[in-house]
Design a protein around this ligand. Structure first.
Ligand code: TIU
Length: 224
């Protein structure tokens, strides 16, 4: 049954049967000290506020029976999928692939690469490993969504202006209606978080819609 969700810049009608919750990169490497995010000089504590709203969203999505997709940014241990342009970038305290307190930075299979326990994937929920910022580039995400006739994406995770934004831009160009759940997203920069959300809804919703976790949770509960 289609349901109406209050959102900016306008309400959006979506059918839970053709909707997926996509949780972007809620990994220890971004959220906890000693990982990739911290190596770039960020205060990782700024991402903590997104965790409880994302947990409530995940619970509601599971209860409503909608598809839940998790993504993880990271690379093969031999770095064969990490372009030099990414490896060489900036002046981090530890580069991708170097050892840290949670294992090698941003490498698949290392402790830091894991999704935080509070949002751990359940058996059967697709986990998309991505080498880039966007979740469609060089991944099977498009095929997963197409196979289930998904038309609308509820998107949350970290960081708002980097991997959430890149994924939403990719999805928008592929024809998906994207609802970014603002308080379930986090950024190392409050200013970029606010600007990132504003960019989604500007110009009549140039990349999609923005809503809040409580609004989405209430809508999903009403659908069951
Ligand atoms: N640095 C930063 O803000 N983000 C990333 O590098 N990746 C994600 O957003 N997942």
């Amino acid at each position: 049954m289609p349901i109406v969700l209050e959102a900016e810049p306008s309400p959006i009608v979506f059918d839970p049967a053709t909707t997926a919750l996509v949780i972007i990169d809620m990994q220890r490497d971004f959220i906890e000290p000693g990982g990739f995010g911290a190596s770039l000089g960020n205060d990782v504590a700024l991402l903590a506020a997104a965790i409880p709203p994302a947990m409530r969203l995940l619970d509601a999505a599971r209860a409503a029976g909608i598809l839940v997709v998790h993504t993880r940014e990271g690379h093969e241990p031999d770095l064969s999928d990490a372009p030099p342009a990414k490896l060489e970038r900036g002046e981090p305290t530890a580069r991708i692939g170097e050892p840290g307190p949670m294992g090698r930075i941003l490498i698949r299979g290392e402790p830091g690469h894991a999704i935080i326990p509070a949002l751990a994937p359940r058996a059967g929920e697709p986990v998309i490993d991505k080498p880039g910022k966007g979740a469609f580039y060089a991944t099977e995400l498009g095929g997963v969504l197409t196979a289930r006739d998904i038309a609308t994406l509820l998107v949350c995770g970290v960081t708002t202006e980097v991997c959430v934004h890149t994924t939403v831009r990719e999805a928008n160009d592929r024809g998906y209606r994207c609802v970014v759940v603002g308080d379930a997203c986090g950024s190392y920069s409050p200013d970029f978080h606010a600007a990132g959300l504003a960019m989604i809804t500007a110009q009549g919703g140039i990349f999609g819609w923005v809503s809040e976790s409580a609004t989405v949770v209430a809508a999903l509960r009403g659908s069951t």
